[in-house]
Design a protein around this ligand. Structure first.
Ligand SMILES: *[C@@H]1O[C@H](CO)[C@@H](O)[C@H](O)[C@H]1NC(C)=O
Ligand SMILES: *[C@@H]1O[C@H](CO)[C@@H](O)[C@H](O)[C@H]1NC(C)=O
Ligand SMILES: [Cu+2]
Length: 301
């Protein structure tokens, strides 16, 4: 039964009001900031260019982005550059702690009680849910990347076309029976919290901090069974103060390295259903920087 309900949930089409999700808010050292205060907003509705495997190029606020949409949309969300100049830059110290929060509620329905009255100090919640739970409707890894604005460039003018270094990922745990449990998705129940540090070794400068949850595409070689991967990117603008003297390690480029065939971006039908992990599965988004070294970002089994 559990399996059956999982399959049904994966194929449900959510209502427009609570369709999909967007990361909209961050806490700095435990203190929640206003929604979109340091995070570039999105434009809705927004017309993406025509993309394969998607029948609707007009996207609303919480809709997914596909890897073949405009590169800017894949990097930091739909029309984000139009909002960059009006978005504040959060001043942090290397080593500071960030928490992020998402919402599934459309901006036209945003109300204070879904940000400021949430149980247990969470940064977002759904007052219409009996448990105030702000859930996710898709499984997949949650990722955070940093991209440094080129020297002399204001981060509010930076489009993210440089390299991106992964500093955090939250994937799945393995159940005793070999099935997998995505920690953000949690079967549409209360998600894990997303708390991570800006590595102490991060060089001083202005950065984009990219937040995403990727629903990998379903791949049954040699053909796609379902849609391409779904991406839910937003970017915060931060200024990192730091005494670090080392360089930032090599990162990935977006969208080139978040494509349909790059590691982690697609799974077998069995993994899609949560029944098992594909051999050698690696989370998407490149290597993970611990601050000390770059490591392969594989599930901990
Ligand atoms: C963010 O964008 C949404 C949708 O375009 C809009 O409704 C909302 O007012 C914007 N928020 C801010 C703070 O600009
Ligand atoms: C993504 O992969 C497709 C198919 O291999 C390719 O045509 C496309 O150019 C790639 N996109 C990017 C941005 O690299
Ligand atoms: Cu979706």
């Amino acid at each position: 039964m559990a399996k059956m309900s999982t399959i049904l949930k994966f194929t449900f089409v959510a209502s427009l009001a609570q369709a999909h999700f967007t990361f909209v808010r961050l806490a700095h050292n435990g203190e929640w900031q206003a929604p979109t205060q340091f995070i570039r907003n999105k434009t809705e509705p927004f017309e993406e260019r025509s993309t394969p495997n998607t029948n609707n190029n007009e996207r609303l606020y919480n809709f997914p982005t596909f890897v073949s949409d405009y590169p800017e949309s894949v990097r930091c969300g739909r029309d984000n550059m139009a909002h960059a100049a009006n978005t504040e830059v959060l001043r942090v110290k290397a080593g500071d702690t960030i928490e992020i929060a998402h919402t599934r509620i459309s901006p036209s329905d945003w109300a204070d009680n879904q940000w400021y009255d949430c149980p247990n100090g969470r940064g977002s919640c759904d007052p219409n849910d009996p448990d105030w739970t702000m859930d996710f409707n898709h499984p997949g890894p949650l990722l955070a990347h940093l991209s440094k604005a080129p020297d002399g460039t204001d981060v509010r003018e930076y489009d993210g076309s440089g390299e991106w270094v992964k500093i955090y990922s939250l994937g799945f745990d393995m159940n005793e029976d070999g099935s997998i449990h995505w920690l953000a998705y949690n079967y549409e129940k209360l998600p894990a919290r997303f708390i991570f540090d800006i590595p102490k070794q991060t060089p001083a400068g202005e950065y984009l901090l990219r937040l995403d949850l990727i629903w990998p595409g379903l791949w049954e070689p040699p053909i796609y069974v379902s849609d391409t991967p779904q991406i839910y990117a937003t970017c915060a603008q931060i200024l990192v103060e730091s005494d670090a003297t080392g360089p930032l390690p090599e990162g990935i480029e977006i969208p080139a390295d978040l494509n349909t065939t790059t590691p982690g971006m697609r799974t077998s039908l069995s993994m899609y259903r949560g029944e098992s992990m594909d051999d050698g599965y690696t989370y998407p988004g490149g290597l993970l920087w611990t601050g000390e070294e770059l490591v392969e970002d594989k599930p901990i089994l």
